[in-house]
Design a protein around this ligand. Structure first.
Ligand code: TYM
Length: 332
């Protein structure tokens, strides 16, 4: 594959989970070696639901440190906060004006988040237009994400096409880059729901900063299907299939290999091995995370990342505004 522009983002709203890591971050790290990568902490997206200021600040820095801890190299990939690059808010507004109410109403993530609430913020509704702007600003080709973001990516593709059709070829139509195994890591207590940091039961998810003992406990208590065979069959055996996906991504073993290795062995042995595999992936990440937080280096990394990102994003916004007929400010 030739060198491509890559962009993705994670919300700083609560602890990151093993789902974020397997569905998205493993690919962030893999892509940085060959491609031109931009990874951001989407703080402007986080405020589409109420955030406590101190918590937003802490979590934004924590996610930035986790980006480095999982193996992103700030010399290769630009790591930055969305709010540091003003072009996001600017193109976000432009994309909002290009979006139709009907297409935003169809977004399943909006429907899920708005369900049962009396007051739903307008920002939650227009969120996918801001996400489209995030991607289109960088003329992004590949967007590493988990399965749940696919529909937002489709909308982004539609908006890019609509813009180009109306105003001339300006934006690049992006593609989702979704892992073959682990695109949707499920909750440990209910394999019909995706693993999520917003689940009120902490036993349902593994946070990247959970202690090894907590990880062992959570996996040993994870719900399992009837029977005792370790076979990958998401329809009939969703819980064990979920643990197999986790194990596969933490060890590099294929699902077939795992199935063969555990033939005739029960869930107990398998769960112990899954727990140890997760611990051995997360322990070094946690050590590195502690070092980065202690070093205070994260502010410099974010400043440098925002400068690199702004240079690209500002150019695109200028092109977009020019194509649309805005009078551009004179350059000195
Ligand atoms: P967010 O913060 O909910 O999740 C970040 C990334 O983690 C993936 N993910 C999962 N993958 C597999 N299994 C799971 N259980 C799981 N949970 C989360 C998500 O698919 C995502 O890739 N709207 C985005 C943030 C965003 C963005 C962007 C992403 C804003 N602008 C531009 C890409 C490009 C979101 O809320 O992700």
């Amino acid at each position: 594959m030739s060198k491509q522009r890559v962009l993705s983002g994670i919300q700083p709203s609560g602890k990151l989970t093993l789902g974020n890591y397997i569905g998205a971050m493993i690919n962030y790290v893999a892509l940085q070696h060959e491609h031109d990568c931009y990874y951001m902490i989407v703080d402007l997206h986080a405020i589409t639901v109420p955030q406590e200021p101190a918590a937003l600040r802490e979590q934004s820095e924590a996610v930035a440190a986790l980006f480095v801890a999982v193996g992103l190299d700030p010399a290769k990939a630009a790591i930055f906060l969305q709010s540091h690059v003003r072009a996001h808010a600017e193109l976000g507004w432009i994309m909002t004006t290009l979006s139709y109410m009907g297409e935003l109403e169809r977004m399943t993530q909006f429907k899920d988040k708005a369900a049962g609430k009396d007051a739903v913020g307008a920002g939650l509704f227009t969120y996918p237009a801001l996400m489209a702007a995030d991607i289109l600003l960088y003329k992004t080709k590949l967007v590493p994400v988990g399965e749940d973001q696919k529909q937002h990516l489709e909308l982004t593709r539609d908006l890019a096409g609509r813009f180009n059709h109306r105003f001339g070829e300006t934006l690049v139509v992006p593609e989702p880059f979704i892992p073959k195994v682990g695109a949707r890591i499920m909750s440990l207590d209910d394999a019909t729901k995706k693993m999520s940091k917003s689940n009120p039961n902490p036993g349902s998810y593994i946070a990247l900063l959970d202690s090894p003992d907590d990880i062992r406990k959570k996996i040993s208590r994870a719900k399992t299907d009837l029977g005792r065979e370790i076979v990958f069959d998401p329809a009939e055996k969703p819980e064990i299939s979920n643990l197999m996906s986790i194990f596969s991504q933490c060890t590099g073993k294929s699902l077939d290999e795992i199935q063969k290795d555990y033939e005739g062995q029960g869930y107990g042995t398998f769960k112990k091995d899954v727990a140890e595999a997760v611990v051995s992936v997360l322990e070094p990440i946690q050590r590195k995370y502690a070092d980065i937080r202690a070093s205070g280096e994260i502010h410099r990394i974010l400043k440098d990342g925002a400068e690199r990102a702004s240079a690209v994003a500002e150019t695109t916004v200028r092109e977009v505004k020019e194509a649309m007929g805005f009078v551009l400010p004179a350059r000195d």
